[in-house]
Design a binder for this molecule. Structure first.
Ligand code: SF4
Length: 493
């Protein structure tokens, strides 16, 4: 049963988090190019609210005095979503290799080697399964050398920044997991469930949002091609995420409304097309939306086609909610209306709550609200520990809840409200379990340490699903996969 629960709390947008005084806008690429009914003249770049990119990209002070400034800068900027692509990581990898050829100083070399090893495992670790163990062996050897030197050479230890020592250990741990997966993990895994981000637009502006916005959104042609691949592989369930999936294809239709954020409304034609297509393919379709733009028409249109709709609700009132998810002053009110609307059309709702320092002390009050309004009756209530992937130290300090506090809060709720269908999702439980398709087809997974953080498995448009699923950077025990555990009947699913 425990494993079964894992399936349910793997919805990506609930991992994301918010609070952002610095919320900024940006211009989207022209959307929905695959939709033939849209004339070119109608396609405009539209200013949309977007979460702050809170990765500063500044060289951390601990690298003062270390050479190859530009390369280190690029390394620390690589987790900004615009740089977190296979192409830019590959380019960075070559630049580091060139710098290494010219570097004689041992400390400088070790910093570069650590960066190299981090990128090697972050960027398409599935090539390891295709090209043999070479890359992984080299990467691991680089880190082991650094750790060995740290142990035996006090001068080196003093010179090698402490933060990087932690990073070396984190990255080594991931290498060990990957190596173990290659040696002992099951091959030919079967993927059962995917999270698929179909929209890079969102009405909210959350601080610490780590959704990896990609400019490109799939056309219907791409969607159909990917759906076929997933179906052939044997995927059973697709959870549509974003950004906000409801907004897939909206700028053409609601561009005037978008210029006034507060009146956001509507659902994109691409969203309807995708839901219908996936439903007709025979997938179980679920949706993870902010609910902010949900209308009665949308609820009517998806009723009967979706297995559940996940809605984030982080607190019992607007003050608590907006301490976390910024961008809309009426978010709480709209969230409650969206849930009630879904219930009116008998669409099962799953409440998703992300636990941070700002709502930790309000969870019992939220539990009371959920209990009184019967919100956990169908798909229940998933309570996630905020995931600090890619966050800066300041944000972590302000936001992250220590695991012990998180678990204590969860157990208090369970005690006080035993009838609520609560599922807890600590960061540890969710690490290396994702198969998250981005709007451009990139497939991402996440480690539970800041480095390497996000891992690019490949791209579902160009790679075979099987090669992505067999990536050693995915944990064998994930409930998303049918593994030998399932075949042996050891996991209830
Ligand atoms: S709701 Fe939107 S802004 Fe907030 S975390 Fe999710 S994608 Fe980011």
């Amino acid at each position: 049963m425990k494993i079964f629960f894992l399936i349910l709390f793997l919805n990506f947008s609930t991992l994301q988090t918010g609070a952002a005084e610095l919320c900024s806008n940006f211009y989207l690429d022209s959307p929905s190019r695959g939709e033939s009914q849209i004339k070119n003249s109608e396609i405009k770049l539209v200013r949309l609210p977007r979460p702050v990119d809170w990765t500063t990209g500044k060289i951390p002070p601990f690298l003062n005095g270390i050479r190859h400034i530009e390369i280190h800068q690029s390394f620390f900027e690589r987790n900004k979503f615009e740089n977190l692509t296979s192409e830019s990581l590959t380019k960075l990898e070559s630049e580091i290799k060139i710098a290494l050829i010219n570097e004689a100083d041992q400390v400088n070399r070790s910093v570069l080697e650590l960066e190299l090893a981090t990128i090697a495992i972050q960027n398409r670790p599935e090539v390891v399964t295709n090209n043999g163990l070479d890359r992984i062996k080299k990467g691991k050897a680089l880190i082991l050398n650094i750790l060995e030197q740290l142990n035996k050479d006090t001068r080196f230890k003093d010179l090698f920044p402490a933060e990087l020592q932690v990073m070396a250990q984190d990255v080594l741990n991931l290498y060990l997991i990957v190596e173990n997966e290659i040696t002992n993990g099951s091959k030919n895994r079967k993927l059962k469930q995917v999270n698929w981000a179909i929209s890079n637009r969102c009405p909210l502006c959350c601080k610490g949002c780590y959704f990896n916005f990609r400019k490109k959104e799939m056309t219907m042609q791409d969607v159909i091609a990917v759906a076929k691949k997933l179906k052939q592989h044997g995927v059973e369930e697709i959870i549509l995420t974003g950004g906000d999936p409801l907004l897939a294809g909206t700028p053409n239709e609601v561009k005037d409304v978008f210029s006034e954020q507060k009146n956001l409304s509507g659902t994109g034609s691409l969203f309807y097309n995708i839901v219908d297509t996936l439903y007709n393919f025979g997938f179980k379709v679920a949706i993870d939306t902010t609910g902010y733009t949900l209308t009665e028409n949308t609820a009517k249109a998806i009723a009967g086609k979706v297995s559940f709709v996940g809605i984030p609700l982080d607190g019992p009132n607007q003050v608590v909610v907006s301490s976390f998810r910024k961008g809309q002053d009426d978010l709480f009110e709209k969230t409650i209306s969206a849930i009630d609307l879904l219930k009116k059309y008998n669409i099962p709702v799953k409440i998703n709550t992300t636990v941070t320092k700002s709502n930790l002390n309000h969870l019992l009050e939220l539990a009371k609200l959920i209990s009184e309004r019967g919100y956990s009756e169908e798909w229940g209530w998933s309570v996630f520990q905020w995931w600090e992937t890619r966050a800066e130290s300041k944000l972590i300090e302000e936001t992250a809840t220590p695991t012990a506090d998180y678990l204590k809060a969860v157990s208090q709720i369970k005690k006080r409200f035993p009838r609520l269908k609560l599922r807890a999702g600590s960061v540890e439980n969710r690490a290396l379990q994702y198969f998250e398709i981005m709007t451009n087809g990139d497939v991402l997974n996440y480690s539970d340490t800041k480095q390497p953080g996000t891992i690019i498995l490949g791209n579902v448009i160009v790679d075979s699903v099987q090669s992505l699923v067999d990536s050693p950077a995915l944990s064998t025990i994930s409930s998303k996969f049918k593994t030998w555990f399932h075949l042996a009947g050891k996991i209830e699913n």
